[in-house]
Design a protein. Sequence first.
Length: 270
Amino acid sequence: MLTVSNICKTFNAGTVNEVRALRGVSLTIPEGAFLIILGGNGSGKSTLLNAVAGTFQLDQGKIELAGENITRWPEHRRARLIGRVFQNPFTGTAPNMSIAENFALAARRGQGRGLGWALSRRLMDELRDRVRELRMGLEDRLGNAIGSLSGGQRQALTLLMATWLKPALLLLDEHTAALDPKSADLLIRATADIVSRHKLTTLMVTHSMQQAVNLGDRIVMVHRGAVACRFEGADKQRLRVPDLLARFEEMRRREMLDESAAALLEKTYV
């Protein structure tokens, strides 16, 4: 289970470049749940994911994962509990190493490193079986450098590596955004299959409303660094893309009204 309690983060505080990125965000992801984070550019969705990953320290609030208070843990310590797939297909792997060698490192996360021992016959057999499930024909290319693969192939393998040792939490950071539509669709199918099969507690950030309504069992929409609305249970199951578009339009109108009111007050009292 992941519990985020009243977290706040301001970048460049006290300067002209001050950005209040997170404003008292609270959410809970029960064990095995799949939460989608939606929001426009600058809404705070990626900042929220980075806060959970430990990319920076919070100004306020608490984060608990798998019964541990990880609020002050550095990023590398959280990596023992968290699997992560980044937006860029070339992040998170060693491009000049083979597919098998990259997986050997993933299989020993949090342990001592040593490729000679790690690349055992048992691991290679398991690796072929699990890579075969991606249906990309990569099980016979385990000796190829991972950097020689297409973005979609590499991202699918990165997903498999991030979940090789079942993490307490899987973070998906717009992991299909850099891919062409066909590759993105294949990766989404692989994501749904892996998350479902291993019952992974998952937090996924996306711009795609179609992905949001098709995947997961709950949605949180963030706006200006705060939670604007939530959907789960029957509400999530009934949700369609036009419903989400209507919510975004409602937030946009409200924001325009707030700005107009502020401008009117400024004129009145200047």
